[in-house]
Design a protein around this ligand. Structure first.
Ligand code: IMP
Length: 223
C-alpha cells in the first residue's frame, strides 16, 4: 500500500529535500502547492513543538491525509531564549532576513555571552489528531558582523565551531550534517519504517465500520 504524506509547506526546496530523503520508501510526498490555495494555519504557539503540530494537524484535517510540518528558530542565551518562535518576525511582521539579523546584532551589542542554538521540531499528524515528533538542535556563537552569502535567516552571523565557519560560509551539504533541521530529518528518516507502520495503524483505526448488509441492503457501499 502506498501512503500519501502531505508536506505542509509551499517551499519547493523543502519538498525536494523530503522527496530525496524518502526515496525508495512506499510513500508519495505531496505538498501544499499540489492543492491550490488553502486556508493557512495560525502559527500562534509558544513553542516550536506547538507550531509544528498546529501546521501539521491543520493540513491533515483539511486534506484528509497525514501531514508533516516543521518549525524552527534561533534561541539566544543572553536574550533569555529570544527570538525563539518569533525568529522569522523578530524585526516586525514582514521583516526581511537582513532586518532580523540587524536587530539581533543591535540587541547583542556589547554582550559577552554570544551563545546561541538553532532548534527544529518536525511533527507528523494524522487527520484524527495523534502526532509523532522529532527534534534537532545545533549550538553556535553569534558573530558581531555577518560573514558569507549562502543559506538564509541568521546563517551569516551563526558561527559553528565544528565547521570552523558560519552557516552562510558552509555548503548546503556541510550545513545539513550538523544543523538542527538536518539532525531532526536524519532521526525521522532512520525511524521511517516504524513511522509508516504507525501511520497505517492510525489510518486503519478511523476507517468507517463495515455496513451491516441485512439493514442496509438498498445502499451501495462499494464507493
Ligand atoms: P521556519 O518557521 O522553520 O521557516 O523558520 C523560522 C525562522 O527561523 C526563519 O525565518 C529564520 O529566521 C530562522 N531559521 C530557522 N532555521 C534557520 C537556519 O537554518 N538558518 C538560519 N535561520 C534559520
Amino acid at each position: 500500500m502506498v501512503t500519501i504524506l502531505i508536506l505542509a509547506t509551499t517551499n519547493r526546496n523543502k519538498v525536494k529535500e523530503f522527496q530525496e530523503m524518502l526515496k525508495g520508501f512506499p510513500i508519495q510526498i505531496r505538498s501544499l502547492t499540489d492543492f491550490g490555495s488553502l486556508p493557512e494555519a495560525v502559527e500562534d504557539g509558544e513553542t516550536f513543538d506547538e507550531n509544528a503540530y498546529k501546521k501539521a494537524l491543520h493540513t491533515a484535517k483539511i486534506l484528509g491525509f497525514p501531514a508533516i510540518a516543521d518549525d524552527s528558530g534561533l534561541i539566544v542565551e543572553a536574550l533569555n531564549g529570544t527570538p525563539g518562535v518569533y525568529s522569522a518576525r523578530y524585526a516586525g511582521e514582514r521583516a526581511t532576513d537582513k532586518e532580523n539579523v540587524d536587530k539581533l546584532l543591535h540587541d547583542m551589542q556589547g554582550e559577552k555571552n554570544r551563545k546561541a542554538a538553532f532548534q527544529c521540531v518536525l511533527s507528523i499528524a494524522v487527520p484524527s489528531g495523534p502526532a509523532l515528533t522529532y527534534e534537532g538542535s545545533c549550538e553556535g556563537i553569534l558573530l558581531e558582523k555577518p560573514r558569507g552569502t549562502s543559506g538564509f535567516g541568521y546563517d551569516p552571523i551563526f558561527y559553528h565551531e565544528g565547521l570552523g565557519k558560519t552557516f552562510a560560509e558552509a555548503s548546503m551539504e556541510e550545513k545539513n550534517t550538523v544543523s538542527h533541521r538536518g539532525k531532526a530529518l536524519a532521526e525521522f528518516k532512520a525511524e521511517f519504517p516504524q513511522v509508516l507502520k504507525w501511520l497505517n495503524q492510525r489510518l486503519q483505526e478511523v476507517k468507517p465500520p463495515k455496513p451491516d448488509h441485512s439493514e442496509f441492503e438498498h445502499n451501495d457501499w462499494s464507493h
